[in-house]
Design a protein around this ligand. Structure first.
Ligand SMILES: Nc1ncnc2c1ncn2[C@@H]1O[C@H](COP(=O)(O)OP(=O)(O)OP(=O)(O)O)[C@@H](O)[C@H]1O
Length: 238
């Protein structure tokens, strides 16, 4: 893992119209790091992600990606720099096959030493190989989620962002997603993950941020968070 931040936020403020949701976030994501972003409902996690990927223009502050300012940049520009999001709700195309989803973004692919070929994606998600010819609307919720992750990986992202990737899935499928995230981490994939399953995030995350009403209420290592169960009940409602 390198010490250079791949992404840096400084004094990030964002919201919707006149309403402010984020009040000055400062954080870094380093190359190879998994950063977990936690907090109860409505605390600003999705707004943070939306702002990072160009879906929402910050009201103040700066976002640097690999040293380049991206605050206020368009979503497609940020995607081309190598930021890929697995959005809440999966958003697969009903009329494209699994295989078509995975090759559709070939022209947006980033250069990578070990690119995500179809073969590698199918190795990570054998279920998708079995369903290669199925349409998006013929897939189960878990298969759609795997496809959404595989589709994001197909761009060879330098930063992968997952927003509630295990939401609404059966426990066995959730475990499959956690297993894949562990494999990605072992391969050095830099990742920002929003999820509510603290006990699953702890072994995965190198660093954890807890948001409380648009501010970072606590941050630290997984060992520190594991040792402070009072934080779980105070900020995460578990
Ligand atoms: N499009 C929008 N327009 C106006 N307000 C919004 C919009 N999206 C979110 N908000 C508000 O911004 C605040 C933060 O919401 P956000 O979705 O970022 O929280 P979250 O931590 O991701 O919660 P959740 O887990 O429920 O998605 C909430 O008060 C929410 O009502």
């Amino acid at each position: 893992m390198s010490d250079a931040p791949l992404l840096s936020c400084r004094g990030l403020e964002a919201g919707y119209g006149a309403s402010r949701v984020l009040f000055g976030l400062d954080f870094d994501i380093r190359v190879g790091q998994v950063l977990a972003l936690m907090g109860r409902n409505g605390m600003g996690k999705s707004t943070t992600i939306k702002t990072l990927v160009g879906g929402l223009c910050p009201q103040r502050g700066e976002i640097l990606f690999d040293g380049q300012a991206i605050h206020g940049a368009r979503a497609d520009h940020i995607a081309r720099l190598g930021v890929a999001i697995v959005p809440e709700g999966r958003q697969c195309f009903p009329n494209l096959t699994v295989r078509e989803h995975l090759v559709a973004f070939a022209d947006r692919r980033n250069q990578a030493a070990e690119p995500w070929t179809l073969g590698r994606l199918y190795e990570l998600f054998p279920r998708l190989a079995e369903r290669a010819g199925h349409l998006g609307n013929q897939l189960s919720g878990g298969e759609q989620q795997m496809l959404a992750i595989a589709r994001a990986l197909s761009t060879n992202p330098r930063l992968l962002i997952l927003d509630e990737a295990t939401e609404g899935l059966a426990p066995v499928i959730r475990d499959e997603i956690w297993r894949c995230l562990a494999v990605l981490k072992a391969q050095g994939q830099t990742t920002l993950v929003v999820d509510k399953y603290v006990e699953k995030l702890l072994p995965l995350a190198d660093h954890n941020l807890i948001l409380e009403r648009g501010r970072i209420a606590w941050q630290g290592s997984s060992a520190e968070l594991a040792a402070q169960r009072d934080l779980w009940s105070r900020y995460l409602g578990v």
